[in-house]
Design a protein around this ligand. Structure first.
Ligand code: LLP
Length: 390
């Protein structure tokens, strides 16, 4: 059951809203910091998962860097306490304007995803009289065994540069006059959970081979960035509120060949923020149908699109029934109010007897929740509420 300061904490807050357990975020960051230190791995938070200012500032306080995919994200990171030199800028489609803005900001490195992009960064840096630090994102062709929409490291995906292009890539890098090559970047996918050891072993082995190919061609690889991807337990969040960072980092430690001076980086997003966030909603209507009963909530797919987009499972809890000590259980199809048939939170969910006005928590919504929300149906955006402010 969701941890709350008191059963009445939410009584006066208009729903739907995102609730963030800042204590849990702190515990997660404590573990992540300890593991980063133990395994000597640098952390760059993938801010696409959640860029609430207050959450960003709390992460930045730990001295972590950030992984950004737009110049807007990079500038927002700096506004919220991240050091520009610790920002990585990835993405297959960086615009000229974004490249200029990030050069001016003094970001740590562009993670470059095509040979043409490398040439464009070189020429823009030349025009501006600046030097660009550039890492190259390689496509290691490793299957992350996750949802196909969040698999990124296979040849069929648009991300990174395939290994067959290493020769032309290295010769282009050698002709770039305004670029300092910093290292290599990989990211094979997201929500990697059951097969974490196998996926990261393969990624590390492939990364080792690719690093060697670059170094054999005379380019020193100073930094190896393995991206993000550690998954979280959506089905039973309370059994693993803080994800198993040690399993991820120890797998990297075991399988990645690294020289002592080589920097190893990761870019976790989901694992840092997913479990500290819940989408809080109220039951608007209990609607019996011939074969089922619908619970209609005031939160919809525009607030959290993961179930509609990926068929993702999020645990639903009836907080009010929990406080009432309700014992009768019933199956419900829990749905949102948006005018789309896939605006469904879950079919056949067994929940305590639920009434109009009951408070519901949709758990594990801290990552890719608010950042992927929209105003579809001209609905208002759900506000953020923090545990240390109520
Ligand atoms: N680094 C790069 C280059 C990435 O593309 C991503 C995520 C990450 C790091 C962070 O990955 P994480 O640790 O969060 O798995 N909207 C989807 C997830 C999309 C992930 C995109 N890239 C979802 O809701 O499941």
């Amino acid at each position: 059951m969701l941890r709350l300061p008191s059963p009445h904490s939410f009584d006066k807050i208009p729903t739907p809203f995102y609730y963030y357990d800042m204590g849990l975020l702190g515990e997660t960051l404590d573990t992540l910091s300890a593991m980063a230190e133990k395994y000597c791995i640098k952390v760059h938070y993938a801010m696409k998962a959640n860029y609430e200012g207050k959450i960003m500032r709390k992460i930045a306080e730990r001295g972590f860097g950030a992984d950004c995919v737009t110049a807007n994200e990079a500038e927002w990171a700096v506004k919220n306490g991240f050091v520009p030199g610790k920002l990585m800028f990835a993405g297959v489609g960086k615009t000229d304007d974004e490249i200029r803005r990030c050069l001016l900001l003094g970001i740590g490195a562009f993670n470059c995803e095509s040979i043409q992009e490398l040439q464009v960064i070189d020429s823009i840096a030349g025009e501006m009289g600046l030097r660009a630090r550039v890492g190259i994102r390689m496509n290691p062709n490793v299957d992350a065994h996750t949802h196909r929409y969040i698999t990124t490291g296979l040849e069929e995906n648009k991300f990174g540069i395939e290994t067959y292009a290493i020769d032309s890539l290295v010769s282009t890098l050698k002709t770039c006059r305004n670029v300092d090559f910093t290292g290599l970047h990989f990211h094979v996918g997201s929500q990697i959970l059951d097969s974490i050891e196998e996926v990261f072993r393969l990624t590390c082995e492939r990364a080792g081979e690719i690093v060697k190919a670059f170094e054999d061609r005379g380019l020193e690889v100073g930094s190896i960035d393995l991206g993000g991807g550690l998954g979280v337990l959506y089905a039973d969040p309370d059994s693993a509120l803080v994800p198993d960072f040690e399993k991820w980092f120890s797998t990297i430690d075991k399988y990645l060949r690294r020289r002592p001076e080589q920097v190893v980086r990761v870019e976790p997003g989901r694992s840092v923020v997913a479990q500290c966030g819940s989408l809080i909603s109220r039951v608007l209507y209990v609607k019996p149908a011939r074969t089922k009963t619908f619970l209609i909530l005031d939160a919809g797919m525009n607030d959290l699109i993961r179930p509609a987009l990926y068929g993702a499972f999020h645990l639903i809890e009836n907080l009010s029934a929990g406080f009432r000590g309700e014992e009768v259980m019933q199956d419900y199809d829990v749905v949102g109010p948006v005018c789309e048939s896939d605006d469904v939170w879950g079919n056949n969910r067994e929940l305590p007897l639920s009434l109009r006005g009951d408070l519901m928590a949709i758990r594990s919504a801290g990552a890719y929740g608010s950042t992927m929300s929209s105003r579809y149906n001209l609905r208002d955006l759900a506000k953020a509420v923090f545990s240390d402010e109520i």
